[in-house]
Design a protein around this ligand. Structure first.
Ligand SMILES: Cc1cc2nc3c(=O)[nH]c(=O)nc-3n(C[C@H](O)[C@H](O)[C@H](O)COP(=O)(O)OP(=O)(O)OC[C@H]3O[C@@H](n4cnc5c(N)ncnc54)[C@H](O)[C@@H]3O)c2cc1C
Length: 235
């Protein structure tokens, strides 16, 4: 029974490693596709809009008189994302918002563009491929947004203070896995720093038993402006 358990664990490890290697190789192809999409998207980028925006009265009238394929309710990240997706599929789309764009959660988030270090930990510990795919996709979107919206997003260094010796290699390995899964889309390689350096950067840290720190990188963005940009892209 123990032998079967060991074999299963080794098998899962090999499958996991194979997946990581395959996804690493696919990064190149995705990068080329993204570059191509940017060139296509930039065509006509500098053409100024000539038509004035419709007034509120005109919009209300259109909603009553015209027929739409899709009606999106809510102008938060979900709603504007759905509207953009719908419009790019050629569907005639209307969006109604109770208050204002980004007036809900979409202006109150932590504003991180992240794959989720904790989600990756869950994926590895639970050998959960779906969770892994979600992290991989989110890391790809992180790179995508940093790439296409540099005016709204930026790389964010995050420091994890470590208070137990065994946690230093444990966190270091976990964060290195996070970098590895991001592959070529890694924002910047993570690294460990000494207790002295950590205290120099954050003098208010609790000094007692501090061992050192790990620094890794994610992205952060202006969530409400990003949402407005997506809404405008859908028009
Ligand atoms: C504390 C916190 C931190 C988070 N941090 C992050 C993060 O760091 N990174 C990340 O990617 N995600 C983060 N999230 C998740 C993210 O913010 C949400 O998933 C996202 O904002 C949800 O957008 P939404 O459009 O579904 O909801 P909302 O932004 O709340 O939008 C709903 C909209 O619907 C409108 N509405 C409601 N009822 C009606 C109606 N009857 N008719 C018309 N309009 C209506 C509201 O006015 C509102 O504008 C965080 C979430 C929370 C709560």
């Amino acid at each position: 029974m123990a032998r079967v358990g060991k074999l299963t664990a080794v098998g899962a490890g090999v499958v996991g490693l194979g997946t990581l290697v395959a996804s690493y190789a696919m990064d190149d192809d995705q990068h080329t596709k993204r570059q191509f999409a940017r060139v296509v998207a930039s065509e006509g980028l500098y053409a100024r809009p000539t038509k004035p925006l419709p007034t509120r009265e005109e919009q209300m009238k259109n909603l009553r008189l015209e027929q739409f394929d899709v009606l999106v309710i809510g102008g938060g990240a979900t709603g504007t994302g759905c509207a953009l997706d719908s419009v790019t599929r050629g569907l005639k789309t209307a969006l109604v918002e109770l208050d204002d764009f980004s007036s809900g959660t979409s202006s109150r988030s932590t504003k991180l563009l992240h794959g989720g270090v904790r989600y990756l930990q869950k994926a590895i510990m639970g050998l959960d491929y779906e969770q892994y795919r979600m992290v991989k996709e989110a890391l790809h979107e992180r790179a995508n947004l940093l790439d296409i919206a540099p005016h709204l997003s930026y790389p964010l260094p995050i420091m994890l203070p470590v208070y137990k010796w065994w946690q230093l290699p444990y966190f270091w390995f976990g964060i290195k896995m996070y970098d590895f899964v991001a592959g070529k889309e890694c924002v910047k390689s993570s690294y460990a720093i000494s207790k002295e350096k950590a205290l120099e950067l954050f003098p208010m840290l609790k000094k007692d038993r501090l061992v050192g720190a790990i620094v890794y990188f994610d992205g952060q963005h202006n969530d409400s402006r990003m949402n407005i940009s997506i809404a405008l892209s859908a028009t």
